[in-house]
Write a protein that binds this ligand. Sequence first.
Ligand code: FES
Ligand SMILES: [Fe+2]
Length: 324
Amino acid sequence: MNQIVEPCESIINTTPEFPMGWFSVAKSRDLQVGEVTRVFAFDRELALYRTRNGVAVIQDAFCPHLGAHLGVNGKVVGESLQCPFHGWRFDAKGDCVEIPYCDAIPDRAKLRIWDSVEKNGEIYMWFHPQNTAPQFELPDFPELEDPNWTSPRYHEIKIPASMQDIAENTCDPVHFRYVHRQPDTPPSEVTVDEDGRTLHLRADVDVGGGVISKLHSKVFQMGLAFVRNVYGPNAEMVVYNSAQPIDRETTLLRWTLTVRREIEDLAGDNVMTGIIEGIQQDMPIWENKVHKRKPIFCREDQDLVLFRKWARQFYLPEAGGTGS
Ligand code: FES
Ligand SMILES: [Fe+2]
């Protein structure tokens, strides 16, 4: 009998499609009024600028005229962006509003503008594989405005993994023992809200010195998670991470950390360093793994099973999901 040899899985042929949701493209403080920058996300070139009225606009990069990159030396003029090549100007809806040397503007002189929201110190764009309007809102991060909390610390790190594989780590208690060299698998519980939207992980983590931290991680979508650690009364820390998918296999993660002032001297830079070190431990796995589209799970893998079920809503049926 002839057996068929299946092709080997590779990072390229297994990595999930881009999921729908809100994705970070910049920190607010990195885009001043009148500034223009290029952004690479979703395997495409984008141009991001801030109008004179302070509105952040994210659009496709290439000018419909002769293809110049508007994010490279493009110029903010009032509420519009001027192309560096022949001076055509495009407004925040993507329409060409001026050709300096011609008074007839072609109907098709338009650029794609991406829905965006500025919140929690970041600029987000909405991505949907079929270009539909935003289906849900971004969560609030009230601690950022609260005087009882320190001003935020930031860190950005490029990870050679898809957003789904990064998020899946949250629901994978066993890997802490092998990858992060923790003595035991921390007891944890994964649940999903009644409406199916938000995934929660709760765990009691031994942070040393007899201190147990109550960890509560909320995952809102692929690439958007909020982690609260409570060590005791007024001893709290929150870490927010948001993702900019660069391509399907590479993700830029932006971290924001703030802690209650009461524990400022105990937790802060060292916590951020701990997070960065933890991610470094995950790197060799992420860099070399494939995304198992149909993993073989064992009985104790129920958190991962729940995660995979939850994750499907962010993908269209043709990408193996249940979203629309
Ligand atoms: S390429 Fe943009 S104005 Fe000509
Ligand atoms: Fe990890």
